[in-house]
Design a protein around this ligand. Structure first.
Ligand SMILES: Cc1cc2nc3c(=O)[nH]c(=O)nc-3n(C[C@H](O)[C@H](O)[C@H](O)COP(=O)(O)OP(=O)(O)OC[C@H]3O[C@@H](n4cnc5c(N)ncnc54)[C@H](O)[C@@H]3O)c2cc1C
Length: 542
């Protein structure tokens, strides 16, 4: 994926595109894969970096959603369980099975959750990841050596999927590129082109590096802008009523020693009736999340003080070594693009459906919103089926249920670079170019220099934030270590991108200010405390 080539294709094309997708998150990337693999001419544009919105900030679970089972939403759970199975089959280099244990401290929990998880197994049918079962006290302790032992009676084991969200995103984009799609980041849809009848027939694009404007024509324009869906719709129809209810969720990243072993903890009902996960991820412990109704979408939302306290407090109840603020290696915050309740006015976003909605405005703009990472493929299929009808495009069946995702390798490789799948060979080749490329970036981070170079050369990594937050996950794994390596990474990127020292300095300053927000150090904390109180907060299993 070379950015200059992509921009050249946009400039050179005289025919209308079959589909222009606005938004480069999970949903937009899924649509680009679906449409290009059906043989359609696709352009995808992303205003910031791919995944800068919600899709880099998930709990990293590919799952049916045990919580929705309790809410009685069987069809949503079954759909997600099937998608979970398809993802494991098509991207086994990124998605893998993760055993979860629900720790039991009351007599009724083993039978209650034991039966619930059996239903979960049943609904997964042939896509089952592994059988659930009730665990004895000693089996629970063996799986969760750092669980709070006082009052523990046993546990219930079940299985779900885990992934690296931005690695899957980049590999989805690469899959679309492999099928001929044109994809570009840092290019914003700023206006729509109309035909004689007044229907949307193209997009005006503003490319942000060279400040070039492009006007592209399209048979169908798809709005896949997540939490920004309503802003995009209002470019075409200024008075469009809101479809999205934004809901914020935070995660705290702790050292791996807080959760030893290969099992995750799922707390289905915390002291005040909420839900929480502690998950092993990239040799760290990920704890979260919350579900806080907020007013306005933004790219780098701040955590609310009460969200931090809630997650820490609950983690302390379940982990034998209680985490303190000083133990937080990184805190990241995302906003869910939930579909508003009919008639609006829903205060508790945790009660809103995680299903998706497809909507066609009077302008002919096709919007898709809601759902979750796990169901991106199903959402994309649904959306492209609608686009084919709306734009009278060639009727071709969806092939993504069977389509291997870029980097595919039949088995999970747990070694360093394993998550890149077949691309790991390319990174090793870069590491062999110079001794310094094979070196680790920081003793507290698992990345080597060659990964940064690979990202710039092949994955359109343009800024320090792209390289450290989304091509690698350094910012999420250890915010302070990321700040420490920023000067070195900026120099490397400047050399690869042909940028000067002033660019590198500006990148370091911008990234350092951003990364500070991912720490719980006093500067960031005081800013967070100063931000307005949330409308309502609840914790959820995503
Ligand atoms: C805290 C949290 C935890 C979650 N955990 C999970 C989980 O474990 N498993 C799961 O399945 N799901 C999870 N989800 C849900 C999942 O992350 C989201 O449903 C999904 O990422 C949404 O993807 P999207 O493509 O709709 O939005 P986004 O990823 O936000 O993508 C939209 C993109 O549109 C771009 N854009 C906006 N306006 C324009 C414009 N004018 N021109 C060009 N581009 C534009 C934005 O920059 C953005 O990148 C979680 C969500 C949150 C918030």
């Amino acid at each position: 994926m070379k950015r200059a080539d992509m921009l050249a294709r946009i400039a050179e094309r005289t025919e209308p595109w079959d589909i222009v997708v606005v938004g480069g998150g999970a949903v937009g990337a899924g649509i680009a894969v679906d449409a290009s693999s059906r043989g359609l001419a696709v352009l995808l544009v992303e205003r910031e970096d791919f995944g800068k919105g919600t899709s880099s900030r998930s709990t990293k679970l590919v799952h049916g959603g045990v919580r929705y089972l309790e809410q009685g939403n069987i069809s949503l759970v079954m759909e997600a369980l099937k998608e979970r199975g398809l993802l494991l089959r098509n991207a086994p280099h990124i998605v893998h099975d993760l055993p979860f244990v629900v720790p039991n401290y009351s007599w009724w929990e083993a039978p209650f959750y034991g039966i619930g998880m059996k239903v979960y197994d049943l609904l997964a049918g042939k896509y089952n990841f592994g059988k659930s079962r009730v665990l004895s006290l000693s089996e629970t302790l063996e799986r969760l050596p750092t669980i709070q032992r006082e009052g523990l009676r046993g546990g219930v084991l079940y299985h779900d999927g885990q992934f690296d969200d931005t690695r899957l995103l980049i590999h989805l984009l690469a899959t679309a590129a492999d099928h001929g799609a044109t994809l570009v980041n840092y290019t914003e849809a700023v206006d729509f082109v109309r035909d004689e009848a007044g229907f949307v027939a193209g997009v005006v694009l503003a490319e942000r590096e060279a400040h070039t404007r492009y006007t592209v024509r399209a048979k169908v324009v798809v709005n896949a802008t997540g939490i920004f869906t309503d802003d995009t719709r209002r470019l075409a129809e200024p008075g469009a009523a809101a479809m999205v209810s934004p809901s914020q969720g935070i995660h705290l990243v702790l050292d791996r020693s807080f959760l030893k072993g290969d099992n995750a903890i799922m707390v289905p009902r915390t002291s005040d009736g909420r839900v929480l996960f502690a998950i092993p991820w990239n040799d760290r412990t990920l704890v979260g999340t919350t579900d806080t109704c907020i007013d306005l979408p933004s790219y780098e939302p701040l955590p609310f003080e009460e969200e931090i306290e809630f997650v820490l407090e609950t983690a302390r109840e379940y982990l034998s070594r209680p985490p303190a603020r000083a133990d937080v290696l990184s805190i990241y915050v995302g906003i869910r693009p939930l579909v508003s309740a009919p008639g609006g006015g829903e205060a508790k976003t945790s009660a809103l459906s995680r299903g998706h909605t497809i909507h066609v405005d009077n302008s002919g703009l096709l919007s898709i919103v809601g759902g979750k990472w796990t169901t991106y493929r199903r959402m994309a299929e649904d959306c492209v089926d609608h686009a084919i009808m709306l734009g009278a495009l060639a009727e071709t069946p969806c092939v993504t249920a069977e389509l291997r995702i870029h980097g595919y390798q039949p088995d999970r490789d747990r070694r360093p670079l394993g998550v890149y799948g077949s691309d790991a060979a390319g990174i090793r080749a870069i590491a062999a170019e110079r001794a310094e490329y094979a070196a680790r970036l920081h003793p507290d981070l698992p990345y080597i220099v060659a990964e940064i170079v690979w990202g710039v050369r092949h994955e359109m990594s343009r800024t320090l934030d792209d390289a450290l937050a989304r091509r690698t996950r350094a910012l999420l794994l250890n915010a302070r270590a990321s700040i420490a390596i920023a000067p070195r990474v900026a120099d490397l990127m400047a050399a690869e991108l042909g940028r000067d020292a002033a660019w590198a300095l500006q990148q370091i300053a911008t990234f350092t200010a951003l990364a500070q927000q991912y720490t719980l150090d006093p500067v960031a904390a005081s800013t967070a405390a100063a931000s307005a109180a949330p409308a309502s907060t609840a914790a959820v299993a995503e």
